[in-house]
Write a protein of this length. Structure first.
Length: 170
């Protein structure tokens, strides 16, 4: 069996991404490099982004097959092509194929044929506005965007899955 190795670049305070990969096939392994993110604010996301290449090089030493920059707002806050800029920086530094979360979201929404979206986030208004602008720049009609205003990433990671359903239905 050939192992498929996924490299993840995630915020230091993230407690959800690795947990979600438990649904992978057994031959897929996940290898993580963390970047300091004390809180989920624009200032902290900018600080985090400056360490992207370092984290990517760390993952290169594990000989991963692909590197995923797994931070949604961290890959869209600088505009509609931000995810592509991050992808290119990782690929040019490592020679390894890369993807960023917000680009994957766009691909998924297009695959589903979505045109209008309702967005629910745990984030503060400043980041929600960036996300709305990003989605609209990619041709989506954002019906509404609602956020909880949480900046503590570990608190975000503690939200139960039923939160999204309950929040949408309220």
């Amino acid at each position: 069996m050939k192992w498929i190795k996924i490299g993840l670049i995630i915020p230091s305070s993230n407690t959800t991404v690795e947990r979600e990969f438990r649904f992978n096939e057994p031959e897929i392994t996940v290898h993580t490099s963390r970047i300091l993110l004390p809180d989920v604010t624009l200032k902290s996301l900018e600080m985090m982004e400056r360490e992207t290449e370092r984290a990517a090089v760390e993952l290169k030493t594990a000989k991963v097959d692909i590197i995923a920059y797994a931070c949604t707002t961290g890959s869209l806050f600088k505009g509609p092509n931000h995810h592509e800029m991050i992808k290119q920086r990782i690929e040019s530094k490592t020679g390894i194929r890369a993807i960023a979360t917000s680009g994957a979201v766009i691909n998924a929404l297009r695959t589903l044929g979505a045109k209008r979206v309702l967005v629910v986030t745990p984030y503060i208004e400043e980041l929600n506005a960036k996300e709305k602008q990003f989605l609209e720049a990619h041709g989506f009609d954002v019906i509404d965007i609602k956020g909880l205003g949480i900046i503590d990433n570990t608190e975000i990671g503690s939200l139960e899955p039923k939160y999204n359903y309950e929040y949408i239905m309220s």
